[in-house]
Design a protein around this ligand. Structure first.
Ligand code: ADP
Ligand code: MG
Length: 724
C-alpha cells in the first residue's frame, strides 16, 4: 500500500477517517464568494471580492522586496501587494490575466490597496453558496480539506434514524413564516457546509439556526440513548438482595448503630437512607450517587447502608480517594461500628497504598476469609490481589475526586470483585440472595456489587440530566440542626495585618483557625516553600500561639500527628495546603483564611469553607485575594469571589462554577476520552435536552434498530471527538 501523504495523515490525526466524521467536521466560518463588488463601491475596511484585469505587475525592491500588481475592473483600480510570492503567482497574475481577488480594501496614499489578498483565475460561474472555512492544521491545506469534506458529503449515507413520531422540536420557516417539515440530518449538514448567501450569519455563528438545532438534537439524543442503554444493561445484571436477616434474639447492626449515634438523623438523611435500602433489597446492582453539601452528614448514611449489607451477611467496602481522606472520613464511622462488629467476632480491615507487607497480608486474609465484614481504604481496596469472600456493596466517597478514567477502572474491577465469591450452598450468608427469588436474570448472569457514590460537589441539573443520565441520584438537602451559617468576607491581601489581628482575637477567645495556602500547580516545591514561609510569618506574628503546618509532601505519620494536635485544641492555628480540603472535622475551628482565593475553583472554595461553622460558635471565612501588580482584581475573578460571599448554597455555587468553567473541566473528562458534547451546549440547549430525554426511552422501546444505528453514527468514533 502506498504511504499516506502528509494531508492524509493529518486527516487521520484529526479523527476524520469515516465519511460521517468529515460530514460532521463543520466550518469555523464562511467566506462569501458569491458576489462581485465593483471597485468603485469598495470602501476602506470592506472585505470584498472583485473581478478585475491585471494592467501592470512588477517586483519592487524598496523598501523591501515585494510583488506589486495593478488591476482594473472598469469602475476603478486597485493595487495588490505581496511580500512573499512564488514565480507561479507572478504567472497567474501576468498582465492581461482576469482574476477574482478577495481581501480587505485599504485606502492608502497611492489609492486602493489589498495586502496579500486571495486570488485565482476568473473562471466559471460564481458559487451559489458561501464557502466554508474549516478548522484545520498546517499539514492539511484548506482546499484539500474542502474537497475531502465535499466528496464525503456526496458519498455519505445518512438515512433518517428518527422515527416520524419522534422528531425534535426544530421548526423551519419558509418566507411566509409558515412551519415546514423539520430538517433532517442530511439537509442540515449539507446546508451547514454550504449555506445559501441569504442566511443570517449570526444564526450560524450562535448555532441557533434550525440546521444547527437539528444537529444538536441528534447529538443529545445519541448521548441519552447510549446512557439509557448502559442503564438497561445494568438492570439485567444480578446483585445480592440485601435484606435484614430474620434471626431471633440478635439485634441487627442497623438498629444497634442507630442506637449508638449521638444524634437523631435529619429528615433528609432518613429519606435517602430509605432510597438506598430499597435499592439494596433488589436483585439488580444499585448505581446511585448520594450528593449532599459539605457537612450534610453523608458518612452516617453510608454507615447505615453498610450495616444493611453486613446484616444480610455480606461484605462492604468503603473507599476514599486518598489515605488521609479515608482516615478522616471514616474515623467516626469506624469508632461506631468496630465495637459492634467485635461483639460478633468480626472486624474492620484497612487497605491503603503504603502499608507494611505483613500487615497487608493479614488484612488480605481477613478479607478473603470473611472475618472482615467491612473493608476500608483507598482504591487499594479493589486492587487485583484483593479477594473478597462476598462483597456486596462498594461505597466511594468524594467520587468526583477520582479521575473519570479511575472511576471506569474501578467499576470494571468491581464487576470481577464479586464474581470471585458469590456465596454457594452452605457458604451462603444468612439471608443472602436467592437467585430463585425473583428478577428476570438467569443464574448465569454476571453478579455485580451494589455501588454507592458520594459527592459534596453537587452535579448541576443539566449535567445530571446529560452526562450522568445513567445514574440514580439521592440528595441530602438539609443540614443537621445547630449549624451556624459561615459569614464570608473578601479582603485584599494588602490588608493581611487586620486578618492576623482577627486570628489573634479568635485564638484568645479559645477558638481555632485554619490558614489555607493555594496549591501552585506548576510547582510542588514552590507550593511547599510558600506554605512554609506563611507558617514562619504567622508564628512570628502570633507569639504564644501554637501554629502548625500541614502539607502534601509530609510523611503520613507526621500529618497524623499534626492533625491530632489541632483536633485536641492544643494547636491554635493550622497552616495548610489544600490537604484539609475535605474531611477535617474540628467543631472548635471558627475562622478560615484562604490565601489567593482567586486561584481556587468555586466548588473547592465552598468545600474548604465547609470546614468551619461545624460548632455552635459564629464562624467566618476570609477570602484573601491578591490584586497582583495592577492593583486590581479582574472583573470575572471579582464576580466569582463575590458569588462565594453571596451564597452558601452548594448547588448554586456548582451551577456558577459550571457556567464559568464549562462541563469539560467540571467532569475532569478532558483526560478521559469520554464523549463530550461537541455541538450542543447545555447552558442554552435545555429544551433540546428535555426532548432527547423524553425521546430516548420511546425510541429504545419502539425502534431498537434505529436507536442502535443512531448511537453508532454519533458515537462510533467517540474517542476521536476530543481531538477534533
Ligand atoms: P459530609 O456530608 O460532608 O461527609 P459528615 O458525614 O462528615 O458530612 O458529617 C458532618 C458532621 O455532622 C459530622 O461530625 C457528623 O457526625 C455530624 N452529623 C451527621 N449527621 C448529623 C445529624 N443528623 N445531627 C447532628 N450531627 C450530624
Ligand atoms: Mg464526607
Amino acid at each position: 500500500m502506498a504511504d499516506k501523504s502528509p494531508a492524509q495523515k493529518a486527516l487521520v490525526k484529526l479523527g476524520l477517517t469515516r465519511d460521517i466524521d468529515l460530514a460532521l467536521h463543520l466550518p469555523l466560518r464562511y467566506e462569501d464568494e458569491t458576489r462581485i463588488t465593483p471597485l468603485r463601491n469598495a470602501r476602506e475596511g470592506d472585505l470584498v471580492q472583485i473581478e478585475a484585469t491585471v494592467t501592470a505587475s512588477e517586483v519592487q525592491l524598496r523598501p523591501r522586496r515585494q510583488l506589486v500588481v495593478r488591476v482594473e475592473d472598469g469602475t476603478g483600480s486597485c493595487e495588490l501587494r505581496f511580500f512573499s510570492f512564488y514565480p507561479s503567482h507572478q504567472k497567474t497574475m501576468a498582465v492581461g490575466a482576469r482574476l477574482r481577488v478577495r481581501g480587505e480594501v485599504r485606502g492608502g496614499f497611492w489609492g486602493r490597496q489589498m495586502l496579500h489578498p486571495a486570488f485565482r483565475k476568473a473562471e466559471g460561474a460564481l458559487p451559489a453558496a458561501l464557502t466554508p472555512v474549516y478548522p484545520t492544521v498546517a499539514q492539511l491545506p484548506q482546499a484539500y480539506l474542502r474537497r475531502a469534506v465535499a466528496s464525503a458529503l456526496a458519498r455519505v449515507q445518512l438515512p433518517e434514524t428518527l422515527p416520524p413520531g419522534l422528531q425534535p422540536p426544530v421548526a423551519r420557516f419558509d418566507g411566509h413564516a409558515a412551519l415546514q417539515p423539520v430538517w433532517n440530518l442530511r439537509e442540515a449538514l449539507l446546508f451547514l457546509h454550504h449555506p445559501t448567501p441569504d442566511v443570517a450569519l449570526a444564526t450560524l455563528q450562535d448555532h441557533s439556526h434550525p440546521a444547527w438545532q437539528r444537529l444538536k438534537a441528534e447529538e443529545l439524543l445519541a448521548q441519552q440513548l447510549s446512557q439509557l442503554t448502559a442503564k438497561r444493561e445494568r438492570a439485567r445484571l444480578r446483585a445480592p438482595r440485601l435484606q435484614p436477616a430474620q434471626e431471633a434474639g440478635t439485634l441487627a447492626l442497623h438498629e444497634q448503630l442507630l442506637a449508638v449515634l449521638p444524634f437523631a438523623l435529619t429528615g433528609a438523611q432518613r429519606r435517602v437512607s430509605a432510597e438506598i435500602a430499597q435499592d439494596l433489597a433488589r436483585p439488580v446492582p444499585m448505581h446511585r450517587l448520594l450528593q449532599g453539601d459539605v457537612g450534610s452528614g453523608k458518612t452516617v448514611v453510608a454507615a447505615l447502608a453498610a450495616t444493611v449489607c453486613m446484616d444480610a451477611g455480606w461484605q462492604c467496602a468503603l473507599m476514599a480517594p486518598t489515605e488521609i481522606l479515608a482516615e478522616q472520613h471514616f474515623a467516626k464511622l469506624i469508632g461506631w461500628l468496630e465495637p459492634l462488629l467485635a461483639a460478633r467476632g468480626q472486624q474492620v480491615a484497612w487497605l491503603v497504598g503504603g502499608q507494611k507487607k505483613k500487615e497487608r497480608a493479614a488484612m488480605l486474609e481477613h478479607i478473603a476469609s470473611g472475618a472482615a465484614a467491612l473493608v476500608v481504604g483507598t482504591h487499594a481496596v479493589i486492587q487485583e490481589q484483593v479477594r473478597f469472600k462476598n462483597l456486596a456493596l462498594a461505597v466511594i466517597d468524594e467520587q468526583h475526586r477520582f479521575g473519570v478514567a479511575q472511576r471506569l477502572a474501578l467499576r470494571q474491577k468491581l464487576q470481577h470483585g464479586v464474581a470471585a465469591g458469590p456465596p454457594q450452598g452452605d457458604a451462603a450468608p444468612l439471608g443472602g440472595s436467592d437467585p430463585r427469588s425473583g428478577g428476570a436474570w438467569g443464574p448465569s448472569a454476571p453478579m455485580e456489587p451494589h455501588l454507592l457514590m458520594m459527592s459534596a460537589t453537587p452535579i448541576p441539573r443539566t449535567l445530571a440530566m446529560s452526562y450522568y443520565a445513567d445514574l440514580d441520584v439521592s440528595t441530602i438537602d438539609e443540614l443537621p440542626p445547630g449549624r451556624t451559617p459561615v459569614v464570608t468576607k473578601l479582603i485584599a491581601d494588602s490588608r493581611k495585618d487586620q486578618v492576623v489581628e482577627r486570628i489573634a482575637a479568635q485564638v484568645a477567645a479559645g477558638r481555632q483557625v485554619y490558614w489555607v495556602c493555594p496549591l501552585i500547580e506548576e510547582s510542588e516545591a514552590l507550593d511547599l516553600s510558600n506554605a512554609t514561609a506563611t507558617h514562619v510569618e504567622l508564628s512570628e506574628a502570633l507569639p504564644g500561639v501554637t501554629v502548625g503546618l500541614l502539607h502534601s509532601r509530609m510523611p503520613s505519620l507526621e500529618k497524623k500527628a499534626v492533625m491530632e494536635e489541632f483536633k485536641s485544641g492544643r494547636m491554635g492555628v493550622l497552616v495548610s495546603t489544600t490537604v484539609i480540603e475535605v474531611g477535617v472535622d474540628v467543631p472548635n475551628a471558627s475562622l478560615m483564611v484562604i490565601e489567593h482565593a482567586e486561584r481556587f475553583g468555586l466548588s473547592q472554595l465552598h468545600q474548604l469553607r465547609g470546614r468551619v461553622g461545624r460548632g455552635a460558635a459564629a464562624s467566618a471565612c476570609v477570602l484573601l485575594y491578591s490584586t497582583g501588580d495592577s492593583g486590581r482584581l479582574g472583573e470575572t475573578a471579582k464576580s466569582r469571589l463575590k458569588a462565594m460571599a453571596e451564597t452558601t448554597d452548594g448547588f448554586e455555587i456548582a451551577r456558577r462554577d459550571l457556567e464559568i468553567r464549562g462541563p469539560g473541566e467540571f467532569l475532569g473528562a478532558r483526560q478521559s476520552g469520554d464523549a463530550l458534547l461537541r455541538f450542543a451546549d447545555l447552558a442554552c440547549d435545555g429544551a433540546l435536552l428535555a426532548w432527547a430525554r423524553a425521546a430516548a426511552p420511546q425510541m429504545l422501546d419502539q425502534h431498537p434498530l434505529l436507536a442502535e444505528q443512531h448511537i453508532q453514527r454519533w458515537l462510533g468514533a467517540k474517542s476521536d471527538y476530543l481531538k477534533a
